[in-house]
Design a protein around this ligand. Sequence first.
Ligand SMILES: NC(=O)C1=CN([C@@H]2O[C@H](COP(=O)(O)OP(=O)(O)OC[C@H]3O[C@@H](n4cnc5c(N)ncnc54)[C@H](O)[C@@H]3O)[C@@H](O)[C@H]2O)C=CC1
Ligand SMILES: O=C(O)C1=NCCCC1
Length: 317
Amino acid sequence: MYFDESSVKQYLSLPSLLEILSDVLHRYSKHDPSLQQPIRSVLPIDDRQNFLLNKPCIDLHRGYMCVKTITYFPASSPTIDGVVSLFDSKTGRLLLTADAKEITAQRTAATSFLATQLLAFSKWTDDKKNHACLTIIGCSVQGHAHLEVFTQLFKWNKVYLWSRNVKNAIDLQSKYASQLKHIEILKDLNDIRLQETDVICTCTGSEQALIGLKQVKKGVHINAVGSFSPKMRELADDLMISEDTNVVVDSRESAMKEAGEIIQSKANIAAEVGELVNNEVLLQEISQQKTTIFKSVGLAIEDLAAAIVLHESKTNA
Ligand SMILES: NC(=O)C1=CN([C@@H]2O[C@H](COP(=O)(O)OP(=O)(O)OC[C@H]3O[C@@H](n4cnc5c(N)ncnc54)[C@H](O)[C@@H]3O)[C@@H](O)[C@H]2O)C=CC1
Ligand SMILES: O=C(O)C1=NCCCC1
């Protein structure tokens, strides 16, 4: 069975995705031997920053194996193309294939949301929850997916957008204008409104830092999504290594190999997001009174989680 872009949208239930993501990220961080995820292969194709990525994983506990193969061509539209395949780990049978663009968009945004729940919402008062402000930086595929997932799962008081390509920000603003009362475009990243923001999602392919310590308020939570090579980065060193900042990653192993911000700043990694699941003490230690950064590079087990939701939506129907 093949799930195209629209059937991925239709069948990928976000609550189910969040539940399976928490489980696999937690088991990954506990080094559960039933979950195997080798470091992905990222093959440069030429000198134009095009890549072929291959991401396998096996979950013997849930009985599945998954592999995502994608191309990353930033000068093409869309940048990411490819396929996710899910197999039965007992029989070896292929269970489904699915559009990797939509799975990547949704599962990345859902992983950022999970980190936001853990690192930001858990320390907020009810009053804060009613007045929270979200900023999306970079309004292409990931920017759209982050706004979609973050507004489906939480009621934001204000949303701000910024994109190097202003038309992308205007398009995203128009898409949500009837649904969100306050959705505004920032004039630049020194705009004072960025200082009001409680949660920032950076979703660009930038190779230069876009945000530093002075542009944001202390205590902000940032999901830094864009970089996945040592040259790429969205956050400046002063923000990464500030004593008020704690950096959390999806995988220490992957982040130290791929995340430009971490490699260049040599920032300390406080935890993997999976370590924070069901660990109130560590969560408090990392998030209270702190600016928190969740730096993701993307893991095969996140694609696995999405493929399982699709498969089980059909088999349980
Ligand atoms: N962490 C994760 O799990 C994942 C991360 N990504 C990364 O997230 C980023 C966004 O993904 P897509 O929206 O699919 O990519 P895309 O190529 O469609 O959009 C990238 C956006 O970044 C902007 N951009 C590039 N350089 C910039 C700069 N110097 N300053 C400001 N803006 C700049 C472009 O104008 C474009 O709007 C990509 O870098 C991608 O590699 C994508 C999928 C998963
Ligand atoms: O699928 C992922 O994970 C990706 N991570 C970094 C950019 C390309 C896709």
